[in-house]
Design a protein around this ligand. Structure first.
Ligand SMILES: [Zn+2]
Ligand SMILES: [Zn+2]
Length: 407
């Protein structure tokens, strides 16, 4: 079997889009027909890989594979051969499972860029009619939830068919430029959009935004996505009175870090007002919620790249400095669990275990003999962790600091 017509993939094309175009170009009636033929061919050549190759377009991407990512990659490599493509052409278009996590949440990666998995659209893939008119293929960015306007044509992406109102999803319809009702998306009129929406799209594709703010100057897309995810989880996700939307991130980060510090000051004030027990018996989480865990890996803990964590650590260094130890416990006496201590020390939880086993950190209350400290138990004084950080941190070079040598 050979596929005689071999379109070239575009570098920003989605894998599903390319397979659809490959199927069309070779006169298969549907992607299903191509995938049946591929499946048959794979089965004869490498039945393990065939088993890992799904027949449905919306499941074909590698990150959908659970235990069989490597077989899926093998199947794609065989398809590359059939399509006469250079090796790894298709795997570079694929979204793979990433070993990186964004604040504990799963990620996928493509072309060395880590993307929070929660950024991927699940229902419907909107399109830019003008981009489709220029070149008929689906851009990978259209799969990202926060990309809502075309950064080239400054128009809103088209989410529904202007004729039948169906949600546009090429993976279901198997059509890129037409709706199932026959409407030609290239004929759709472009609608103007807000400047912030285009800016957000430009930020997502890696363009420079006019700003002196460090947040917008990072050229690394994974770090940009980390900051967006943090903002989204903190301000946009929960329905609160003053819910923000994603495009508010520009205004927010222009005022960074003061905007966060004002909020944390408010939390400190509330913490004093609502205090039901002594602060040296209260957990950090009672006052600041999941602040530290949500900011730890975005997706790195290196402070010169994780500006959010850097600002938060600076805040607590100042808080401890401004709240000296006194008879009356204060905010610097809150209790951190082992994960939170690890975040503030920019080290691993194993290192924190070592630090208390070797006496650098003291537990706020005694543990029973031979009991391992549970990860979520508030155990270390904020003051002591920050003091240790200041005392030991002068030679910090990377994100993972070592305080005591390995066993
Ligand atoms: Zn466009
Ligand atoms: Zn339609």
């Amino acid at each position: 079997m050979q596929l005689l017509i071999r379109p070239s993939p575009f570098s920003d094309e989605s894998l599903e889009s390319y397979l659809l175009r490959l199927s069309d170009a070779n006169f298969f009636e549907s992607y299903q027909e191509l995938s049946d033929a591929l499946w048959q061919w794979l089965y004869e050549h490498d039945h393990e890989a065939a088993g890992a190759f799904p027949k449905e377009l919306h499941l074909v991407n590698v990150y959908h594979a659970h235990q069989t990512s490597s077989f899926r990659v093998r199947a794609l490599t065989l398809v590359e051969k059939l399509a006469g493509l250079e090796i790894s052409t298709l795997t570079q278009l694929a979204l793979m499972h990433s070993s990186i996590r964004f604040a504990g949440k799963t990620a996928v990666f493509r072309s060395d860029i880590d993307i929070p998995r929660s950024f991927l659209r699940v229902a419907g893939i909107p399109i830019c009619p003008q981009c489709i008119k220029d070149q008929t293929y689906i851009r990978q960015f259209w799969h990202l939830k926060h990309y809502n306007a075309c950064h080239i044509h400054s128009c809103d992406l088209l989410k529904n068919c202007p004729s039948c109102n169906a949600v546009i999803n090429y993976m279901q319809s198997e059509k890129i430029s037409y709706c199932e009702c026959g409407f030609d998306f290239r004929e759709a009129s472009l609608s103007d959009t807000r400047r912030e929406t285009v800016n957000l799209s430009r930020f997502i594709v890696g363009q420079q935004i006019d700003s002196t703010n460090h947040f917008f100057n990072s050229s690394n897309l994974s770090f940009r996505y980390g900051a967006l995810l943090w903002f989204y989880e903190r301000y946009c996700k929960l329905v609160k009175n003053q819910n923000l939307v994603m495009t508010d991130c520009f205004e927010y980060f222009e005022k960074w870090p003061d905007v966060l510090y004002l909020e944390l000051n408010q939390q400190v004030e509330n913490g004093y007002l609502k205090q039901t027990k002594l602060l040296n018996h209260s957990s950090f989480e009672d006052v600041f919620g999941a602040l530290l865990n949500d900011s730890a890996y975005l997706p790195t803990a290196e402070l010169n790249k994780n500006l959010i964590l850097k600002a938060i650590i600076e805040y607590f260094v100042n808080l401890v400095g401004n709240n000296p130890k006194s008879k009356e416990p204060n905010m610097a006496d809150l209790l951190l669990n082992i994960n939170e201590a690890a975040v503030l020390l920019c080290t691993s939880t194993e290192q924190v275990y070592r630090l208390y086993q070797e006496g650098y950190l003291k537990l706020a209350s005694n543990l029973k003999l031979h009991v391992k400290l549970p990860a979520y138990q508030p155990a270390f004084y904020l003051r002591q962790v920050i003091e240790l950080r200041i005392a030991k941190m002068q030679s910090q070079r990377d994100g993972q600091n070592k305080y005591v040598s390995a066993w």
